[in-house]
Design a protein around this ligand. Sequence first.
Ligand SMILES: [Zn+2]
Length: 456
Amino acid sequence: MACSLVFKNGRLIDGISDQPRNQVSFVVEGERIRSVEPEPFPVPAGADLIDLNGRTVLPGLIDTHVHTTLIDKECLPLFLAAGVTTARDVGGNLEKVLQLRAALNSGRQLGPRLFVLGPLLDGSDESFSGTLGPFAELLESVPTVDAVPSKISRLLKAGVDGIKIYFTMPPDTAKAIIGYVGKQVPITAHLGYTHSLDVIEAGIDGLEHVWISPYNEFCAAGMQFGAGASMVDPNFWVRLTKGWEEADLKGKGARIWFGEMVEKQVNMGTTLDLLWLAKCGSEVAQRDSDRRFVTPMALARQREMAAHMGERPDWDIHPGMFDPSRCVKALEKHQDVTRILHEAGGLVVGGTDCGAISYPPPGFALLREIELLAESMGAMAAIKAVTSVAARYLRQQENIGSIAAGRYADFLIVDGDPLRDTRELRRLKTVYRGGVAYQPEAILAQVPNSAMEQTE
Ligand SMILES: [Zn+2]
């Protein structure tokens, strides 16, 4: 029998219950949790004992929206260092993401467990029209409804964990994909040409980004986007920001959207962190300690962008296409949408878009996301959004997202109280993935760190 490890006297946030439980023990055997027990729990003979001294234990965090092929391999351990033990790649070159999944899930590469959706599936137009170099390789086109069976069966045969519909996909092709997949794997979408109600009706499992996928349902009729819209057009962002500022969250379109999302239990992936800079302001962000972990790949991309935009003191973290300082009101609206959906009984899952955006960096981006989610719907709901709710979305609730018998031993030990203040998740003492312990400090000492170059 595998040697067992008993964790004693913990304060448990199990990912599912609404309240934490004090004085809890749990037993880990190999890579799984064998049981969770109330105290007093007699320690079995031969078991190793770890006294948690009342410290908080919670499930490893899940980031449901990352682009791992745009992150340097040596930076992937950043996820673990921030407590993210599982990530879902929502758009990458098929070969590359499959290789990365194999390396991460076998433990050959240090980092989170990985689930992959394969490429971003565009319609016949190309979302990035060849302008944003590394992004172009994430795309594949499904040009017509007739092309759906061959394209999708190839992805399913390759073993993807889900399907991602992208910006230029028109409604008829999107619906054909959802019908063809027939619930074999979860499907999600970053919409542009298609309205979210069309794919919700058709049975989609999730939507990505509050800022765009449901936008048309909230903005005034004259502010909508459809076929021909382009995310590489700076005017797109100006209109989007204005549309959100003026959005009526109690209007007819909004009410229908909330109702459908709740009734069909569609997962809303948030990516609020995209606008974290709007929240804190550029000056605060420049002093932010996470800035040192912006990845080399992201820095190279940012440097190229800075050449066009002119050097600014926050060149390494500024998103370039739009000015976050103009998005404060829009972010508030996104947080309101999140809160209303949650309160109505809808499903909110945390995601970050890290890799595709430079800042906040891998792992730490999800900590920012949790802070913004907690402002919208409270700390416990925010934690569930990145643990048990996310696990169900991935159809992995038997394996991850909670601390319960049979799950992988993926959990975090923190010194602080994240229910009082989710920023206390940063007082992370030890991360376990599959029963193996990692010390965040030791990982951070090993990954590239750009602090020297930037702060003086
Ligand atoms: Zn993305």
